[in-house]
Structures are given as structure tokens and as C-alpha cells.
Write a protein that binds this ligand. Structure first.
Ligand SMILES: [Zn+2]
Length: 332
């Protein structure tokens, strides 16, 4: 142990005046630095579309872990004990907010104070919309109001904010910034990934706009009020949702109201969702000249990972155009 002794002589320091401490200090320093360089942060994400964006930011570094797979609705989800343990080990949790992952706040309160969170609803740049009341909505533009995170009260925000590619860009930028701060060793990679993703999302937005051009005025009914952001971004004409609460089946009175609205509006299509039974859709469309199809806001059946978000958004546009477009002009 000659070298530390020399250093000790050359640079005496009050705290480590005892030369025998230097090897220990150097070893600890080395361990600290190498641990930081080798170990990327453990990131846990609530739902599949957000996981996809986070996975894109972390590509080449590590994979984030996903809590709710795309084939399950998060609205009535229960965490497994293994997932609670995983949350306790996390360095960063990325979630939308209590209106989507209602199962999370209770667990998050008990996590170590060193676990960081990104709650997407609270990001200042996020464009937020209000949930609509009653399921059979007013005409478009009548009461839609857009607001930013700092102005909302909890419970009054529609949580399906990822269904707008511009909000997805806000998510990517925020996640990349936070990961770069937590894990400086990989900051360059996070920033490179983020730039590439932001560009791809801009291209996706333009593609969706072109694709949906021509079906904006066609009225249709959705299963639950999940697509406000998509409708607002591309000017679509959804007239209402079958359920007010996706966890509950609509009663006979409500089904009769919906059938009246479908008849009066001339709705061309009724969309079910893979996370819920399609039997109600069949009852509502029975006897009408209305088509049925599937819209998937969560990514059921898609492989989780960076491509899921893009596939999910393209699938939504394809389902809408396929059902709302006139036969023969199904493309764009
Ligand atoms: Zn939902």
C-alpha cells in the first residue's frame, strides 16, 4: 500500500490524516462510482401505452417494468403482492394519476422517500381534458374545455391523456429529463432516445391527421369515455359512451336511452373494447343499420415495448377509418 501513503503525504487532509484510511476511502469511492455506472435505475410503469414510451426512452439501457398489461382494464385493477414488492424496490414510478391507476396511491404512500415518481397528470406542459358527463354527450365544441395541469382539481381530469401524440411528447421529454438526473451515467443515451422519439411522435401525429381526414363528421358511439384526447386532437365526432362507469354494466333504461340517441344521430358505428365484453354493444346495435368494431385504448394483444404506443395509435385510426369510412374509401 505504497501509493496511498504517497498521496497522503502529498495532500494531507484533516479528516483522513491517518494514512491507513486511504485505501478504504479509495475502495469505497471506486465501488460507489462503478455501482452507479453499472446499475441503471429500476423503473416501474402503471399501464402499457405509457410503459411503451418509457421503454423507448430507456432503450439500450434497461427495460422498465409494467404493472397492468394491455389486455386488462386498469380501472378496477388489483396489484399482486409481487408487484407491490417490485414497487418497493423501484427508483422511479411513472403513472398517469388516480383516475387511471386507482390502485396505486395507497401503495405509493408507503414507498421509501427515495423512490421518485412522475405523475403524468401533474406535468405542467400536459394538456388535460375534463371527463364528460352522463355518457351521452352534448354536441361537439359546446362545452369542451382544455386546461393545463396547474389548474385542475383532482377527479375532474380525464386520465386517458396518452391518446394525444402531443401529450406523448410531453411524457417522453419529462421521463428523459428525470432519468438523466437519476442516472447521469446514461444521460446521453436517454437524450438521444428522447430526440428520436419526439421526432417519431411528430410524424405519427401528422400521419394520424391525414388518415382520419374525411371521417371527422361521422357520428359514432364508444364503449367508455376513453378517447376524448383523440377526438379533440383530430376533430372526431363521437356522440357518447355506452358506459358511464366501465366497471358497471348499463341497465335497461340506459340502453333504451342509448338506442334512441343512436337512432337520432345516425351513428354509423358502435365500438366495443377488448378489455370488456362486447355483449352490450350487440344489444344496442340490434335492429339498427349500424356497424360494430373494436377500439383499443390500452394495447391488448400488442407486445409490450417501444413499438406498442405507435401500433396502438395506428390501430385506433385504422379501426375508426375502417368503420366510419364509406366502403371503397377505407384507406385515406
Ligand atoms: Zn379508461
Amino acid at each position: 500500500m505504497k501509493a496511498p501513503a504517497v498521496i497522503c503525504k502529498a495532500k494531507p487532509h484533516k479528516l483522513f490524516a491517518n494514512c491507513s484510511m486511504w485505501p478504504v476511502v479509495l475502495v469505497l469511492l471506486f465501488l460507489g462510482l462503478s455501482a452507479q455506472a453499472a446499475e441503471p435505475p429500476q423503473v416501474v410503469v402503471g399501464i402499457a401505452p405509457i410503459h411503451s414510451l418509457v421503454a423507448g426512452v430507456m432503450a439500450g439501457v434497461a427495460e422498465p417494468q409494467l404493472l397492468v398489461r394491455g389486455n386488462v382494464s386498469p380501472h378496477a385493477y388489483m396489484l399482486k403482492p409481487s408487484q407491490v414488492r417490485r414497487l418497493h424496490r423501484a427508483d422511479l414510478v411513472v403513472w398517469v394519476g388516480e383516475s387511471v391507476e386507482s390502485f396505486l396511491p395507497r401503495v405509493l404512500r408507503n414507498l421509501s422517500p427515495t423512490t421518485q415518481q412522475i405523475k403524468l397528470m401533474d406535468l405542467p406542459a400536459m394538456v388535460l381534458l375534463s371527463p364528460r358527463e352522463g355518457g351521452l354527450w352534448r354536441e361537439q365544441g359546446e362545452g369542451d374545455h382544455e386546461h393545463h395541469a396547474e389548474h385542475h382539481e383532482h377527479g375532474s381530469v380525464d386520465g386517458h391523456l396518452w391518446l394525444d401524440p402531443q401529450n406523448a411528447r410531453v411524457i417522453v421529454a419529462a421521463v428523459a429529463a428525470r432519468l438523466s438526473a437519476i442516472d447521469a451515467a446514461h444521460a446521453d443515451q436517454y437524450q438521444r432516445n428522447s430526440h428520436a422519439l419526439l421526432n417519431r411522435l411528430e410524424v405519427l401525429d401528422a400521419q394520424l391527421k391525414r388518415r382520419l381526414d374525411g371521417v371527422q363528421r361521422v357520428p359514432y358511439l364508444v364503449f367508455h369515455d376513453a378517447y376524448h384526447y383523440l377526438e379533440a386532437r383530430y376533430g372526431l365526432n363521437a356522440i357518447g359512451s355506452i358506459t358511464v362507469n366501465p366497471g358497471r354494466k348499463p341497465g335497461a333504461r340506459r340502453i333504451s336511452d342509448i338506442r334512441q340517441k343512436v337512432a337520432a344521430s345516425g351513428a354509423r358505428c358502435i365500438f366495443s373494447e377488448p378489455q370488456f365484453s362486447a355483449s352490450v354493444t350487440a344489444v344496442i346495435s340490434d335492429g339498427f343499420n349500424v356497424k360494430t368494431a373494436v377500439l383499443d385504448p390500452m394495447g391488448a394483444g400488442l407486445a409490450s415495448g417501444p413499438e406498442l404506443y405507435f401500433e396502438l395509435m395506428r390501430n385506433l385510426a385504422a379501426s375508426l377509418v375502417g368503420c366510419l369510412g364509406h366502403e371503397g374509401d377505407s384507406g385515406h
